[in-house]
Design a protein around this ligand. Structure first.
Ligand code: AMP
Ligand code: ZN
Length: 468
């Protein structure tokens, strides 16, 4: 089956043609581990996970590589300002290594709680400094670099197709001679650091010896060096959030192709932003900073958020609100309850082989193959569920198969949907009453909650609840 992907490079949906029949290379820009990832970041990782799941579902093997940026990402995209990692280390009174370790672990906990499949290769920037130095040497040898007081820079005016990802041959105002705003020594505004020198007046925690002097790599060179190391000089798919198009990915293309003389990546896929209530992008600095941990603290199953993300196709902006998340959580709970009912009433399990020669399967496959249209695929699932002409056994095997892509744990018996704080309080009161063997009180609370439509059940892993 064909799959159409919207390629930022060509600005159109294209039929995906892998380089090798055997294995597809996918590179995803991983987190900068100076803080928790917010749910906007996680929207992008969920999109990338569905991409991976879909190509695997279609029978390809995947080599999925994700980096960890633990050095070199500066506060400003203009190669100025402090290193985010060093800043965070200073703020928290820890070493940069400790900060990276702590936030990497927190990231992968969120990642797996959202049912994202672990990357095949996770590569840390600080473990690949030699690869980065070698790559900068190749770029230098090909005549694309120059040295200024704070580092070795890439001369973007020498790269013929600079800016192709944003759709113009050279981005307006960024050519040689344009007004240089932040670093007056740069030849062109769009030039960027490949290697930065350690500042003379400050001791950095993370610095390395290089042919140009002591310092650290630029953020963009990290992704070029690590992606090419694990996936080859030309690979299939590179993805990330839309904010990376104009600078990070534009620069990755320029420096990689300047080094190798070959096309770097065939398909560039970018997810649109999750926006907060004020219609601002969900940025850590904007203060509207919700994490998967915020959900856990509120007893919300992170998969409610995964379901919420499916309310818009990845190329559309999505606005977050607690009301919308609550609605998504309830719908997911209802979906699981409806599936469970069919299973129980018909004594079925999920092991049956799906019948793929049906019109609804065709609709489902068309949706996922049309640039990952998960909202449409999900609506097919609801149609199947409601269609009385489809035998229950067929429904269950279709749902089990479709969940390989959705990753929603659709056969989970209990759904921790969002419960209002006062209800959570009641559940805790009841647990305390039970511990104190006050069964009268515990029974009263159970009945009170039942009236509100919440069924409690005491299981070996604690109290669980679902909608009645
Ligand atoms: P960072 O840790 O800032 O490098 O970001 C990690 C990933 O999240 C990148 O692919 C970004 O493009 C993406 N990203 C950042 N902010 C958002 C947002 N508000 N919505 C969706 N994706 C985002
Ligand atoms: Zn990157």
């Amino acid at each position: 089956m064909d799959i159409l992907l919207y390629n930022t490079l060509t600005k159109k949906k294209e039929k995906f043609k892998p380089i090798n029949d055997g294995c597809i290379g996918i590179y995803s820009c991983g987190p900068t581990v100076y803080n928790y990832a917010h749910i906007g970041n996680m929207r992008t990782y969920i999109f990338e996970d569905t991409l991976r799941r879909i190509v695997e579902y279609l029978g390809y093997r995947v080599n999925y590589v994700m980096n960890i940026t633990d050095v070199g990402h500066l506060v400003s995209d203009g190669d100025d300002g402090d290193d985010k990692m060093e800043m965070s280390a200073q703020k928290e009174g820890k070493s940069a290594l400790e900060i990276a370790d702590f936030y990497s672990k927190a990231f992968f906990r969120d990642f797996s709680d959202l049912n994202c499949v672990m990357p095949d290769i996770i590569c840390k920037a600080t473990r690949h400094i030699d690869d980065m130095i070698k790559l900068v040497e190749r770029i230098e040898k090909n005549g694309f670099t120059y040295k200024i007081s704070d580092g070795i820079y890439f001369d973007s005016s020498k790269f013929e197709n600079y800016g192709q990802l944003v759709g113009k041959k050279h981005m307006d105002g960024l050519k040689a001679g344009a007004r240089v705003e932040f670093n007056s020594e740069k030849k062109n505004l769009s030039d960027f650091a490949l290697w930065k020198f350690s500042p003379k007046d400050k001791k950095r925690q993370m610095e390395w010896i290089s042919p140009w002097g002591k310092g650290f790599p630029g953020w963009h060179i990290e992704c070029s060096a690590m992606s090419m190391k694990y996936l080859g000089e030309t690979f299939d798919i590179h993805c990330g959030g839309i904010d990376h198009v104009a600078v990070h990915h534009t620069n990755e293309i320029a420096q990689s192709e300047a080094a190798t003389g070959r096309k770097f990546v065939n398909y560039w896929l970018h997810a649109e932003f999750l926006i907060g209530c004020e219609n601002e992008k969900m940025a850590k600095s904007a203060g509207n900073f919700i994490t998967v941990n915020t959900f856990r603290k509120k007893n919300i199953d992170p998969l409610c958020y995964r379901y919420f993300c499916y309310s818009a196709q990845y190329k559309k902006q999505l606005e977050f609100s607690w009301e919308a998340l609550e609605a998504a959580g309830k719908t997911l709970a209802n979906l699981r309850a409806a599936i469970l009912k069919i299973k129980k009433e018909n004594s079925l399990d999920e092991s049956g082989a799906p019948n793929k020669k049906t019109p609804y399967y065709e609709k489902f496959l068309t949706a996922i193959g049309d640039n990952l249209n998960i909202p449409r695929a999900l609506s097919v699932l609801w149609e199947v569920l409601r269609d009385n002409s489809i035998p229950p056994r067929e429904k269950i095997s279709f749902i089990a198969d479709a969940d390989k892509i959705f990753g929603l744990d659709l056969f989970k018996e209990y759904s921790q949907v969002i419960l209002k704080d006062e209800i959570m309080e009641k559940i805790r009161d009841r647990e305390n009453a039970r511990k104190a063997k006050d069964f009268k009180k515990s029974d009263e609370i159970r009945k009170e909650l039942l009236k509100k439509g919440i069924v409690l059940e005491d299981t070996s892993s604690g109290t669980q609840w679902k909608n009645s």
